[in-house]
Design a protein around this ligand. Structure first.
Ligand SMILES: *Cc1c(COP(=O)(O)O)cnc(C)c1O
Length: 461
C-alpha cells in the first residue's frame, strides 16, 4: 500500500465512517460478544507475505464493529462519554496525515503555538483567571501524576529528583473519599504511597469535610509526616461529588499545600456560567485538569491541565540533554518539559476545529440540553413504582435503585444491557448497589434520553 492507495482507501474509510455513525442506533450499545471471540478469528502469527488491502478492510468490517462497545452511540449513558464531534475527527485525520512528534517547538512550531492559544481560549471559555497557562496531556491520570510529582519535588526542594526518596520524611497528600482512583494511582507511582494518601470523609453534600481535613493535617504533622498537597474533586466519577473549592484552598494555603483540582468530567460544563458555582474559588488552585475528550466533544485523547505557575512542574519534569537543545530554547516553549512522555501528538488541532466549528455557544447548548434532559429523565424514573433516586442529578449524572435491593437492581442492569437499546453501568453509594445514568453524548437527543424510561418500564418485573 502506498500513498496513492491511501488516497483511495481514505475515501472508502470516510464513507464507512459516515454509514457507521448513521446506523449506530440500530446496533446494541454494548458489545454483545464473549471473551476470546475476537482473538479466535485472527491467525496466531503475522503474515510473511503482503496481503491485499481489500482483504484487510473486509476483515475489519467483518470482525471489528460487532465486537465493539459503541462509545459514539447516542444512547450511551454508562461511563462519562468520550465524545468525538465530527469536526474534531476531521482534525485528527489531518494531524495523522502529518504525523508530527511535537516534543520541541522546533519539531512542531504550529502544534506548539496552537496548543498555547487553545489553552488560552479554553481558560477564558471556562471563566478562569488570566494568569493560568497550561498544556495538553493524553489523560487526566497523567495530568494528576504530573501534579503529584510537582507536589513532591516542591516540598523536597527538588532533591527527590537527585537523591531518590529514601531518607526523606514521609510525605502525605489529602483528598476526599469521593476522588477518582487516578489519584491513588498517581500517589502510588510518585512514591508517596497509598497509606500516605489520606482520604478525608465527606459530609451529607458529598463535599470534603473541612474540619476533618484540619484535624487530619494536625494529626499527621504531629506524627512526623509532611503534608504536601491537596487534591480536590469537582464532579467525581461515582456520583458527581464536588468539594467546596474556595474554602479548601484557603485551608491548603495556610498549610503551604499545593492544590490540584480534578474536574476531568465536569470541567467541560464550566463553559456555561450558570454551572460555575460548583467550583467557586477555583482561581486559587495551582493545577486543574479537565478532559475536553469527555463532555466537550474533542476526540479521545485530550486532557487539559491549567497551571497557575508552570515553573514548579517544568522544574520537576524537564530535562535538557544535549540532543534536545535547540538554538531558540530560551525564547520558546518546549512542551515535553511540561509532561511525562517526551513525544507528543498534535492534540491542539482538534480543539481548534471543535471550538470554531460549533462555537462556544453551540457547545454550551449541548451541555445545557444534556443537563435538562437528565433532570427530566430523573423525575420520570422517580415517578415509577419500585424505583428510588439515590443521588440527585449533579449536572447530568444521577443514580437510582430498583426495589431497594442490591440483587434486584443488579439483575435489572443485566437485563438492560442485554437488551442493548441503552447502556448503563453501576456504582456503589454508601454501600448500596446503584445504577448510574450520565447524559453527554454529542449527538444524543431528548428521545434518546427518554428511551431509558421505556426500557426500564418494559424490563422491570
Ligand atoms: C474520567 C475521569 C478520570 C480519569 O480520566 P483519564 O483521562 O481516563 O485518565 C479522572 N477523574 C475523573 C473525575 C474522571 O471523571
Amino acid at each position: 500500500m502506498n500513498h496513492d492507495d491511501l488516497r483511495h482507501w481514505s475515501k472508502r474509510a470516510a464513507d464507512w465512517a459516515h454509514d457507521y455513525h448513521a446506523t449506530l442506533r440500530d446496533r446494541p450499545v454494548r458489545a454483545q460478544t464473549t471473551p476470546g471471540a475476537t482473538a479466535a478469528q485472527l491467525p496466531p502469527q503475522a503474515p510473511e507475505a503482503a496481503e491485499p488491502i481489500e482483504d484487510i478492510f473486509a476483515d475489519f468490517e467483518r470482525i471489528v464493529p460487532d465486537a465493539m462497545t459503541h462509545w459514539q452511540h447516542p444512547r450511551f449513558f454508562a461511563y462519562f462519554n468520550s465524545n468525538a464531534a465530527p469536526a474534531s475527527m476531521l482534525a485528527e485525520q489531518l494531524a495523522n496525515a502529518m504525523a508530527v512528534q511535537g516534543m520541541l517547538w522546533q519539531t512542531a512550531p504550529a502544534a506548539t503555538e496552537i496548543e498555547q492559544v487553545m489553552i488560552g481560549w479554553l481558560r477564558d471559555a471556562l471563566g478562569l483567571a488570566g494568569h493560568f497557562t497550561g498544556t495538553i496531556h493524553d489523560s487526566a491520570t497523567t495530568a494528576t501524576l504530573c501534579a503529584v510529582l510537582t507536589m513532591r519535588e516542591r516540598a523536597l526542594g527538588w532533591q527527590g529528583l537527585e537523591d531518590g526518596l529514601s531518607g526523606q520524611p514521609p510525605l502525605v497528600i489529602f483528598c476526599s473519599d469521593q476522588t477518582h482512583s487516578s489519584i491513588d494511582k498517581a500517589t502510588r507511582l510518585a512514591g508517596i504511597g497509598q497509606r500516605n494518601t489520606i482520604k478525608i470523609r465527606t459530609d451529607d453534600t458529598l463535599a470534603l469535610d473541612e474540619d476533618a481535613l484540619i484535624h487530619a493535617l494536625g494529626l499527621h504533622k504531629s506524627n512526623g509526616k509532611r503534608p504536601i498537597g491537596l487534591i480536590l474533586a469537582v464532579g467525581g466519577t461515582s456520583v458527581g461529588a464536588s468539594d467546596r473549592v474556595g474554602r479548601c484552598i484557603e485551608i491548603a494555603k495556610a498549610h503551604d499545600l499545593y492544590v490540584h483540582v480534578d474536574a476531568a468530567w465536569a470541567g467541560s460544563a464550566m463553559i456555561c456560567p450558570e454551572f460555575r458555582h460548583i467550583w467557586d474559588g477555583i482561581d486559587g488552585a495551582d493545577s486543574i485538569v479537565f478532559n475536553p475528550h469527555k463532555w466537550l466533544g474533542a476526540q479521545f485523547d485530550c486532557a487539559v491541565q491549567f497551571l497557575a505557575d508552570p515553573a514548579p512542574q517544568v522544574r520537576t519534569l524537564g530535562l535538557r540533554p544535549d540532543y534536545l537543545q535547540t538554538l531558540e530554547t530560551s525564547e520558546v516553549t518546549d512542551f515535553n518539559e511540561w509532561t511525562v512522555p517526551l513525544g507528543r501528538r498534535f492534540r491542539a488541532l482538534k480543539l481548534w476545529f471543535l471550538m470554531r466549528a460549533y462555537g462556544l455557544e453551540g457547545l454550551r447548548t449541548r451541555i445545557r440540553n444534556h443537563v435538562a434532559w437528565a433532570g427530566e429523565l430523573c423525575e420520570a424514573i422517580r415517578a415509577l413504582p419500585d424505583f428510588r433516586i439515590v443521588t440527585e442529578p449533579r449536572l447530568s449524572l444521577f443514580s437510582f435503585r430498583y426495589k431497594d435491593d442490591d440483587a434486584a437492581t443488579e439483575a435489572l442492569l443485566t437485563r438492560i444491557n442485554a437488551d442493548g437499546r441503552v447502556y448503563l453501568t453501576q456504582t456503589r453509594h454508601k454501600g448500596e448497589f446503584v445504577i448510574r445514568v450520565t447524559v453527554g453524548q454529542f449527538d444524543c437527543t431528548r428521545e434518546d434520553v427518554m428511551c431509558v424510561l421505556d426500557v426500564l418500564q418494559e424490563l422491570a418485573e
